[in-house]
Design a protein around this ligand. Sequence first.
Ligand SMILES: CC(C)(COP(=O)(O)OP(=O)(O)OC[C@H]1O[C@@H](n2cnc3c(N)ncnc32)[C@H](O)[C@@H]1OP(=O)(O)O)[C@@H](O)C(=O)NCCC(=O)NCCS
Length: 179
Amino acid sequence: MTELATPSSHLLPSWVRAVAEFGGSRIPGSGDFLVDGGRLEATEASGRALIDLVRPLADPATLLPEDLVRCEHWWLVDASTTEDPVVGFLALRHALTPFLLERGGHVGYAVRPSRRREGHARTGLRLALARAAGLGIERVLVTCDEDNVGSMLTIESAGGVLEDEREGKRRYWVTSHPA
Ligand SMILES: CC(C)(COP(=O)(O)OP(=O)(O)OC[C@H]1O[C@@H](n2cnc3c(N)ncnc32)[C@H](O)[C@@H]1OP(=O)(O)O)[C@@H](O)C(=O)NCCC(=O)NCCS
């Protein structure tokens, strides 16, 4: 069962194992762009630092720099286990900058390689759409690379309607809905 979990220290051992599986590559939806160099280290210290960076971004009381929009970062967890529950990452951005409107979209996500093809992205996106509905975001932009079949199917199974393709990015609009 996939759930959205608030990034927190009790999940760090599993977060470290999940991040390690990406082998130092960028992890969509993880907040890695906030870290110097954009690459997460698979260590608890790096995870702790990331928690301190992402939590204020979701807090309406935080004054944001001009180039950042309010954003919720979630860790996708498999709630049926406490052994190694972190299966991926998801970010829900509350607004679109010109860059997000063109390429990034409202939602970014990634599932750790060892836990793919189990429906975690599909459920994660559904849960994000329910949160978006709660926030009053009716039309949610979700994008993916034109050769990313897994992400394309994830978005289409959520009801995504393709608007266009811009420089290799497919741009879909999905109507948000309560859970
Ligand atoms: C894309 C990604 C998030 C999919 O995660 P996942 O948990 O494996 O996806 P799901 O199991 O929920 O599958 C969703 C749909 O995609 C299909 N799918 C997933 N991966 C696929 C693949 N590699 N090839 C073909 N179909 C695939 C599933 O069959 C399912 O289709 P359905 O809804 O018609 O049944 C994952 O591969 C990933 O993290 N990739 C790297 C990061 C990334 O690309 N993030 C998205 C950025 S836009």
